[in-house]
Design a protein around this ligand. Structure first.
Ligand code: DLZ
Length: 161
């Protein structure tokens, strides 16, 4: 993957996902962006063999809630990986910093506590245009990148356990 184009990757290097179960938790704040990330993630999972029935999507109000939404997947579903999708856009208050710190630490903690991959598919941008550019725009789609990472990490775990 590259930061120039989040959708650019070598498909040959992506394992087959046909036997994998995925959870996707998506924040509805900035939903014109996050739903585009969701579309990208789902289509990339399917492109690599994932069955639509094996992709469970749940919505949460904002990026701050991604951590708990992700934890619900780990507690209540036997998923191989959880993709967390959100978009935080810098505003005039320090809220941006608190939400970004909260979700980054939260998702990191989930990875360590549950021993399954939780993927950080969160855009943190200075403005709306930067988010558009990374949600299917000129810099690709972070949802694609998150899906590829989820497949690779789930395959790594299957390989090692
Ligand atoms: C409150 C808030 C603000 C100001 N900005 C964003 C944002 O840019 N992106 C996002 O996903 N969520 C935002 N939120 C909502 C918080 O994530 C959270 O839903 C609320 O603080 C309630 O816990």
């Amino acid at each position: 993957m590259s930061t120039d184009n989040l959708s650019a990757y070598d498909p040959e290097n992506v394992p087959d996902a046909s036997d994998m179960l995925f959870g996707i938790v998506v924040a509805d704040w900035n939903k014109e962006i996050t739903w585009a990330l969701l579309e990208g993630a789902i289509s990339t999972l399917k492109k690599h063999g994932a069955d639509e029935e094996n992709i469970i999507v749940k919505h949460v109000p904002g990026t701050f809630e991604l951590t708990l939404g992700g934890q619900f997947f780990a507690e209540y579903d036997d998923v191989d990986a959880v993709i967390c999708l959100g978009c935080v856009i810098q505003g005039e208050t320090p809220h941006f910093t608190y939400i970004c710190q909260g979700v980054t630490q939260g998702i990191t903690q989930l990875n360590l506590e549950y021993n399954i991959p939780f993927i950080f598919g969160v855009l943190t941008t200075n403005d709306h245009q930067q988010a558009v550019d990374r949600a299917g725009g000129k810099h690709g789609n972070k949802g694609d990148e998150a899906a590829v990472t989820a497949i690779k990490m789930a395959a790594l775990q299957q390989d090692m356990e």
